[in-house]
Each structure stands twice: as structure tokens, then as C-alpha cells.
Design a protein around this ligand. Structure first.
Ligand code: 8YV
Length: 312
């Protein structure tokens, strides 16, 4: 008999939680007594989780008849995708629906860091405008050079916006793509060319600390780093050192190593703008992401295939 229970590992959001309960009668693991997995694990066919919560090898091992994992979030660095695929378990994430919001935030951070909008706001709030007069000059945005690390769906949405700012765009990634932007095989060379370097790739071992001390030095004292991908991609100690030593112009960061929270060394700097991992955090996009988690499970039940699979 096919295992038919839908198991939800942790709360996802009000919409998804309600739909999972009402449409799929999902069992909420966090509401079950300890030992539920050991007793009922074999009955679970479908799993709902999120990139925040993840799904590791131990969880997969506890679910011997699992057929699909549907996860909230485009990132899947907290999911053991390789172990799932090795057992023929489909894994779905929630791509596409968040591209525009994450790209919008990348541009918000880029402009905020370059034009020092938060610092200027603090200047006015503190009454300095009246007392000290003019705010110090900042960095021009339009017409500059935009480098993108990871030209996937989100990176491409960031690149398209760059055209509206009359920017030249180049990118670095696993390999060249059929796009109207130049591919740069060396990230350090891309950083040296760029005025703004935007990290738009995923996390995991493959991308860990790609943005290293030499890359930051190459970006230079007037260069600005933006990260809306994952904190792990940037060597954060090297970033702090580059800012301290004036080797880097500034940064706009939505993701950090060791989040939630930001180290003191990055907080309250006029040339650093930090948001608390809110790339996809709009009402509209979060609703679409939550719906997609549920739609992927419905598709699995109906057609035996999730809608938005993470490919091997
Ligand atoms: C979320 C994300 O904002 O989808 C992802 O992978 O990182 C974002 O959509 C994030 O997970 C919030 O915790």
C-alpha cells in the first residue's frame, strides 16, 4: 500500500499551514508526541518543510516510504537533496515567484549603500542637517558597471534592472550562458571590473567563501558588495577587515554568516546597509511561495510529479 500521510515538519506560514491542514490533512510533527516518527514514519509519503527548517539525512532515513519533499524557499542548502535523489525522492522548492522581490531588494540595498540613504536619514533624524549643513557626497549609481555572481533566475532579474540604470553587466558562474551580458571566468577579474558586485548564488559547500579577501580587494575602495544570496558565500571576517582597512567602499547585505543578527563590526557603519533576510518578504510573494508548497504536493498526488523540482 502507498504511504499516504502528508507530514509537515514545522510551521511555514499562515496560508500554507491552513491549506496543508484543510486540503491535505497534514500531520504537524511539532504537535505530536515524542516518538511519533518511530511509530508512524513508514506511513509518510509526502513531506512539507522550509529552507529555514530543512530536511536532513536522519529525517529522510526515518521516512522509508517518502516520495516527495516540498520545501518553502528557493534555497535548498538545508535540505539533503543528494540523499533524497539517491532514493528517488522528488524535492521541490519555490522558485520564480520570488525573483522580482529579491531583485528589487538587491537594487534597494545597492542604491541605499551607494547613496548612503540610511546614513542620510539618520543625519536628518539627529538634527544634523540644520546644524552641520550639507551631507557628505556619495557614489553615483547610474551608468556604472554591475557584476553578478550567479546568473540564475534572481541574478537575471537583477541584471535586467541594471539595463534601466544604463549599466554594463557582466557575470560569473558555473559557465557562460546565452545572454546579452559578458561572462567572466574569474570572479576576482569580475570584481576588479565591477563598481558593484552582487552575490545572487545559492549557499552550500560549492559556493562557500567564494567572495574572499582577494575578491574584495579587487572590488576596491570605491566598490560596493551586495549580498542577497547566502551569508556563507562571503568570507565575513575578510569583509570586515576590508571595510576596516578601507579596501572596500561599502556593502549592502540581506544575508549574513551566523544570522539571525549581525556582528558589531558590521553594524552602525555609514557605508554598510543591513536588512534582516527579507529578500522575499512581501505579502504578495510570501503568499505565492506558500501556495506553491501546497501546489507541489497536489501535483505529486495527481500526476506523480512535483511542479518545481530541484534538479540533480
Ligand atoms: C527567505 C530565502 O526570505 O527563499 C529563500 O531561499 O532565503 C528567502 O526567500 C528566507 O528564507 C527567510 O528566512
Amino acid at each position: 500500500m502507498t504511504a499516504s500521510t502528508v507530514l509537515q515538519l514545522a510551521p511555514i506560514g499562515p496560508l500554507a499551514d491552513g491549506l496543508l491542514r484543510d486540503e491535505l490533512q497534514a500531520v504537524r510533527l511539532w504537535e505530536q508526541a515524542e516518538g511519533w516518527l518511530a511509530t508512524h514514519g513508514a506511513s509518510v509519503g509526502l513531506l512539507a518543510t522550509s529552507v529555514r527548517w530543512g530536511c536532513d539525512a536522519a529525517m529522510l532515513a526515518a521516512l522509508p516510504n517518502l516520495r516527495a519533499v516540498s520545501s518553502w524557499g528557493v534555497g535548498y542548502d538545508t535540505l539533503d537533496v543528494a540523499a533524497a535523489h539517491a532514493r528517488g525522492i522528488q524535492v521541490a522548492n519555490t522558485p520564480d515567484v520570488l525573483d522580482d522581490c529579491v531583485a528589487d531588494l538587491a537594487w534597494g540595498l545597492l542604491i541605499a549603500a551607494a547613496r548612503r540613504i540610511p546614513a542620510a536619514d539618520r543625519y536628518v533624524s539627529a538634527g544634523s542637517w540644520k546644524v552641520l549643513g550639507e551631507f557628505p557626497l556619495a557614489t553615483r549609481v547610474s551608468g556604472k558597471r554591475l557584476g553578478i555572481l550567479g546568473l540564475g533566475r534572481i541574478g537575471s532579474a537583477i541584471a535586467r534592472r541594471g539595463e534601466g540604470f544604463s549599466m554594463q553587466v557582466r557575470y560569473h558562474g558555473r559557465g557562460p550562458k546565452d545572454v546579452p551580458y559578458g561572462f567572466e571566468p574569474s570572479l576576482e577579474a569580475l570584481a576588479a571590473w565591477s563598481d558593484f558586485l552582487v552575490v545572487a548564488c545559492g549557499g552550500g559547500t560549492e559556493t562557500r567563501h567564494l567572495v574572499s579577501a582577494p575578491v574584495l580587494t579587487a572590488l576596491g575602495p570605491r566598490g560596493i558588495l551586495v549580498n542577497i544570496g547566502r551569508g556563507s558565500v562571503v568570507d565575513q571576517d575578510a569583509l570586515i577587515a576590508a571595510l576596516d582597512e578601507g579596501r572596500l567602499g561599502g556593502a549592502g547585505l540581506d544575508v549574513l554568516q551566523g544570522e539571525p543578527g549581525a556582528p558589531d563590526a558590521l553594524r552602525n557603519r555609514d557605508n554598510v546597509v543591513i536588512t534582516p533576510h527579507v529578500g522575499s518578504a512581501t505579502i504578495e510573494t510570501r503568499e505565492a511561495m506558500e501556495r506553491l508548497v501546497v501546489d507541489n504536493l497536489h501535483a505529486m498526488l495527481r500526476d506523480g510529479r512535483v511542479l518545481t523540482p530541484v534538479l540533480p
